[in-house]
Design a protein around this ligand. Structure first.
Ligand code: NAP
Length: 482
């Protein structure tokens, strides 16, 4: 099918699908989760082979994928996500009567999703972006990631099977393979209403610019990764040096560092830097180099390391060794905070198990760090309760720079739930008011519409007076289920 035909069928399917009830949409999603689970034995080996990720991880990722599909299924079956808001008419209001105004969220239309290489299942064909778009009521044109083509085709077939079994049009989902030109043509098509992407800064920005150059600009929800700084405070570090060193190295090397929440920066007080460093070296001894997702990612990792090796401000704690075309070997370097502050290059993400340990003399220096910090998906603060109390100004600054602020544990491991926020200020994403993980991800693919004085027979169920869906609504400014 050419791009025009893809969008024609997607538009037709959308106009039918958007009016189905949340229960029908949810049933389709549940069916898809069932089918994916039933095909586990075929899907897992494909994804393992194409991603170099271990079987245990891929098995877990499939569980996470079906788990998030069911989360969205339940969300739309329950139905309150549409934010139904009703201001009934006040015909006797003076000096002017008020019209009847009812507002809710309606799906955008056909949307384009780009799969990610580092999650062949959970952020790919039936991943969070795709499913939140389908849950919202959009039709989906999915641009497969070339790193795992067979996995993608297999999951696409499962989606088609679920559509057929649910009596839904095949045009609701189209699987597109190809390169940059094919992806760009999808973003440029006049019927496309939004784009979701997870990947590199260059890729995300290219698509964002393309979407903004269209005659009708459309939103691009690009998640482009970050360096996820960890701020260690002296008392906390003194009391828990060993366990914090373990937690940091485990997070840094998880999945060969190929997570957008990988901690690539850690701020450590000078008084404890040597002791902490010794523990980090010890921990790293137990971590073997392992294959990265694909040669291109490994090459990008070693290119970044090579650049950093040319910078004299860095002292290497552990070099990436042995350098191998595919294997990612962890690396760690130290820099003084004054040097780090001088060059934004030291904030650039190195996708893989690399981190920069930034040594500060005084916690007062961290305020300047926070001011210069780019937008992040996550920031982690390891501090004692009293240290936090004395650093409220810093915490206030850090809140401005991230989508998720952690006070315990490490940033890797993104819970898929109702409250999760996986996004953040630019350059972490192009849309800081959105999340690509968790229930709120659905809102990216819907827009508000208000009906003024619409005859009650025409109103959607969510906005009918007697609340036939039994959802939470705001009526006259009061949240109610009536
Ligand atoms: P990528 O290069 O950004 O590619 C992701 C998808 O976007 C691919 O389908 C790719 O098309 C497409 N794309 C990239 N640039 C494009 C452009 N200018 N126009 C249209 N489409 C474009 O990501 P990747 O291949 O997964 O990995 C490369 C680097 O991305 C990594 O080294 C890492 O730095 C970063 N990364 C970040 C995350 C994250 O979580 N934010 C995840 C994975 C990777 P093709 O099909 O033609 O390749």
């Amino acid at each position: 099918m050419n791009t025009n035909s893809i969008f024609q069928v997607a538009q037709e399917a959308f106009l039918f699908y958007k009016n189905l009830s949340g229960k029908e949409k949810g049933a389709f999603l549940d069916k898809l989760a069932d089918i994916l689970e039933s095909q586990r034995a075929e899907i897992v080996p494909l994804a393992v082979r194409e991603s170099n990720l271990p079987e245990g991880r891929i098995n877990g990722e499939l569980g996470r994928t079906t788990g998030q599909i069911r989360l969205f299924a339940n969300l739309v079956k329950e139905g309150s996500w549409v934010e139904a808001t009703i201001d009934p008419a006040l015909p006797d209001r003076s000096p002017l009567p008020r019209a009847d105004i009812r507002r809710f969220l309606t799906p955008l239309g056909p949307v384009v999703v780009f799969g990610a290489s580092n999650f062949p299942l959970a952020f790919s064909t039936a991943g969070g972006d795709s499913i939140s778009a389908l849950a919202a009521g959009c039709s989906l044109i999915y641009k497969a990631h070339p790193a795992h083509p067979e996995t993608s085709r297999k999951v696409a077939a499962c989606i088609q099977e679920a559509l057929t079994a649910s009596g839904l049009p095949a045009g609701l989902f189209t699987h597109v393979e190809g390169g940059i030109a094919e992806g760009q043509a999808l973003v440029q098509h006049p019927l496309a209403k939004a784009v979701a992407f997870t990947g590199s800064h260059a890729g995300g920005m290219a698509l964002f610019q393309l979407a903004n150059q269209r005659e009708e600009p459309i939103p691009v929800y690009a998640e482009m990764g970050s360096v996820n700084p960890i701020f260690c405070f002296p008392n906390k570090l003194a009391q828990e040096t060993e366990s914090l060193a373990k937690a940091f190295i485990a997070s840094l090397t998880l999945g060969v560092g190929q997570f957008c929440t990988n901690p690539g920066l850690i701020f450590v007080p000078a008084s404890q830097a040597k002791a902490f460093e010794a523990l980090l070296i010890e921990e790293l001894k137990g971590i073997a180099a392992a294959p990265m997702l694909h040669p291109g990612i490994a090459q990008a990792y070693y290119d970044s390391i090579q650049y950093l090796e040319s910078r004299e401000e860095l002292r290497w704690i552990k070099v990436a060794d042995p350098k191998h075309l595919l294997n990612g070997s962890a690396a760690l370097a130290e820099i003084q905070v004054a040097d780090w502050l001088k060059d934004k290059q030291f904030q650039k993400e190195v996708f893989g198990s690399f981190a920069l340990m930034v040594v500060y003399q005084d916690v007062a220096e961290l305020a300047e760090v926070a001011k210069q910090l780019h937008g992040q998906l996550t920031i982690t603060v390891w501090a004692e309760a009293e240290e936090l109390q004395s650093q409220l100004f810093l915490i206030n600054l850090l809140e401005e720079k991230c989508g998720r602020l952690l006070f315990k544990g490490a940033p890797t491991g993104v819970e898929v739930g109702h409250a999760m926020q996986h996004g953040g200020p630019f350059p972490a994403t192009t849309a800081p008011n959105s999340t690509s993980v968790g229930a709120y991800a659905i809102k990216r693919f819907a827009r508000p519409i208000a009906f003024q004085d619409m005859p009650s027979g025409l109103l959607p169920d969510a906005l009918q007076d007697h609340n036939p869906l039994g959802i939470w609504r705001q009526v006259n400014g009061i949240v109610t289920m009536k």
